[in-house]
Ligand binder design. Sequence first.
Ligand SMILES: *[C@@H]1O[C@H](CO)[C@@H](O)[C@H](O)[C@H]1NC(C)=O
Ligand SMILES: *[C@@H]1O[C@H](CO)[C@@H](O)[C@H](O)[C@H]1NC(C)=O
Ligand SMILES: *[C@@H]1O[C@H](CO)[C@@H](O)[C@H](O)[C@H]1NC(C)=O
Ligand SMILES: *[C@@H]1O[C@H](CO)[C@@H](O)[C@H](O)[C@H]1NC(C)=O
Length: 362
Amino acid sequence: MEAAFYLFLLGAFMCSTEAAGILPDGPLNAPVGGSVMFTTFLTEADGPFDAVTWNFNATILIISYQSGSSLIPPAYQDRITFFPSTASLELKDLTLDDGGEYSVNVFPDRGGIIKLDIYEKISRVSIKSSTEQITEGSSVTLTCEASGSSPSRTWKKDGSDLNLSENVTLSEDNTVLTFKAVKKENSGEYVCLVSNPVSSSEAKFTIVVNYGPANVQIEGKDLINENDQIKLICSAESTPSATFTWRLNGSEIIGSSAEFLKEKAQSSDSGTYTCEAKNTVTEKQSTAEHELHVRADITSGCYAGCIAGIVVGCLVVVAAASAGGFFVYKKLHKRKPDPPPQTAEVNHIYEEISPVYQNVGK
Ligand SMILES: *[C@@H]1O[C@H](CO)[C@@H](O)[C@H](O)[C@H]1NC(C)=O
Ligand SMILES: *[C@@H]1O[C@H](CO)[C@@H](O)[C@H](O)[C@H]1NC(C)=O
Ligand SMILES: *[C@@H]1O[C@H](CO)[C@@H](O)[C@H](O)[C@H]1NC(C)=O
Ligand SMILES: *[C@@H]1O[C@H](CO)[C@@H](O)[C@H](O)[C@H]1NC(C)=O
């Protein structure tokens, strides 16, 4: 019996195993620092097993188990758990050096072999842009950087697959996304998903394509009356938002917002209004023009002679009012006490007024 076992052990060392029967096909994947379970197809009913050996890369002994006692080399002492009932093995605290072939031999004639691939988990995924400020028409590259073993990358834009074209291309390994001449439609949130068989991680990058100003327009009335409100609104397609400068007949006027407002228009506010839209990032500017005519009001459209006329008129009114006031004052103080108001008197006043209306009618 003993001789047979040593012969078996020797056989196991020499040729690993051709009997790949009691382990799954593999390979198994496991992360650095993690653990892996080599589970055989054997059950308790198949045992008990007199002798079991596990080897790494055919020649390195992990455990030699015989009749309840086991021999474990120092390198594996604290890292393995052996399950005698199924001849299965657990290996912990994995390092990249643990990648290779694991074989098991169960005396007298069963065995198996399986490959284990160790991966460093994906970490530190980031997207780096070739330029900080992205302006329309410029060339931009996004590079998806990552740490970890065998990273494979996929990209999404706003949750959908990328539409690659002659102007939007990916490098062969999917690491670099290139925009030949970036368009405003390329704005959006880009995600680079990096994965390997044991982990995945992603990074996001938002492309804001600065463009414009384009399509500058002024909205407002062409013709208003004096004392009406002037309200002109300038708009422009621009990222970032445009800043505005207003001019009247070429001279700068107060107002640096999109809206030009003046509560009471004067006829001197007539003229050509220009809105100049500027984009501080693209350093481009564009203008729009708007003709406004403020129509002079007949009652207030009045100068020198007219004003003198009003002044004279006023004096006359004041004089008349004073005289009238004096007369009324005197009259009130004479007729004291006042007689109670009578219906007849009211009727009388009415009758007096009626003929006046009739005269006007004729
Ligand atoms: C084990 O074998 C694999 C190939 O299967 C090899 O890459 C690895 O370096 C070997 N490891 C040791 C410690 O011999
Ligand atoms: C790709 O193109 C299709 C059709 O033009 C469009 O509906 C979709 O939004 C595009 N996807 C992206 C990510 O731009
Ligand atoms: C690529 O860009 C060029 C120049 O801007 C343009 O003429 C062409 O239509 C673009 N191609 C696609 C597929 O968008
Ligand atoms: C602007 O020009 C128009 C037409 O030349 C003129 O009628 C108007 O008085 C001018 N306005 C100002 C404020 O200069």
